[in-house]
Write a protein that binds this ligand. Structure first.
Ligand SMILES: O=C(O)CCC(=O)C(=O)O
Length: 315
């Protein structure tokens, strides 16, 4: 174990880092007050702190069927016919595919990423991920915050959204199935939404994105549901692997049907916070899978990382 991983296994290390970044946690103060959380914003926080609170404040389209309401909903009717078709089954499927949404912009993003890498302004982390490029690239920031896209995501989530994270990939993630709520947990639950963008044509051998339609309706799997190996002071070493194993067992037990997103350059897939998804194995090391994903939180919700119990820092 490296010194860095060793230090990161102590909750106190995160608390100290949170204290140094305390202004980025101020947004939590009124929310903790609203929900009766008796902790300072720099303290570890996890689903265990919320499990006894009412869990009924889910996004509007989790509580109502968009397909059934669509014909009478003025906001829905204001979208183009293409978008209406794409999102109509949102409540039932937990995802929406919009063909060609970023077809005009995809190549400019590829060039931007190449340039930023050459200039050493961005670097890979966690294996092959380019994290938060939107904070360094006006182009990425403008695509991720395109007003028409923000309007669509806010409609799907039933609250205004704000861009939190972007990840760019040159190759597939090969990430096992998971729900984004384990990485970006909210209270109330489900107040996160993601947009995945194909930046080239992508077939399964390149490590295509996969997902399980309807899996967003399963209960959120928190650290209370698997052996995470942590204690009051330390985080469990293999907590994330234990989580992935738990999800895999759930997929098997429920015989969930897997689908692949074989995308054309510029196609997008929007997923619900709790939709199970991941990256397929890459069939051959030289295959690229240029893509990016934007993650958005709803405004005015508590945000944290369930595995590390760290509240999300917001600018
Ligand atoms: O792009 C992928 O392969 C997976 C991305 C993902 O799982 C995520 O961003 O949550």
């Amino acid at each position: 174990m490296s010194l860095n991983s060793f230090l990161r296994s102590f909750k106190l290390t995160y608390q100290l880092s949170n204290l140094l970044n305390r202004s980025k946690l101020d947004y939590l103060r009124p929310l903790y007050k609203k929900y009766g959380i008796k902790k300072p914003p720099h303290a570890p926080i996890s689903y265990a702190d919320f499990k006894d609170l009412p869990q009924d404040d889910l996004p509007f389209w989790d509580r109502h069927s968009l397909a059934q309401a669509a014909d009478k909903n003025a906001d829905f009717q204001a979208f183009s016919p293409l978008i209406q078709d794409s999102i109509r089954s949102w409540s039932e499927k937990g995802y929406a595919i919009i063909p060609g949404y970023f077809a005009q912009e995809a190549e400019a993003v590829n060039q931007e990423i190449e340039q930023l890498l050459a200039q050493k302004k961005i670097a890979f982390r966690y294996g092959n991920k380019l994290m938060f490029v939107w904070k360094k690239s006006p182009l990425m920031a403008s695509l991720g915050q395109k007003p028409e896209l923000i309007r669509l995501l806010s409609f799907l989530l039933g609250r205004p959204v704000e861009l939190f994270q972007s990840i760019n990939f040159l190759q597939g993630s090969e990430q096992r199935a998971h729900s984004d709520l384990i990485h970006m947990t909210t209270h109330p639950l489900h107040h996160l939404i993601a947009v995945w963008v194909a930046l080239e044509d992508i077939k399964i051998p390149q490590g295509a994105l996969f997902y399980y339609p309807g899996s967003h309706k399963l209960p959120f799997v928190s650290k209370l549901d698997f052996e995470h190996g942590g204690s009051a002071f330390r985080l469990g070493k293999n907590a994330y692997k234990a989580y992935e194993d738990k999800i895999e067992a759930q997929i098997r037990a429920k015989q969930l049907k897997k689908e692949y997103f074989e995308a054309k350059k510029g196609d997008i897939l929007i997923w619900h916070a709790n939709l199970l998804h991941g990256g397929s194995p890459i069939a051959s090391a030289e295959l690229s899978r240029k893509s990016m994903v934007f993650h958005y939180y709803a405004k005015d919700v508590i945000r944290y990382h369930e595995i590390s119990e760290r509240p999300s820092l917001m600018q």
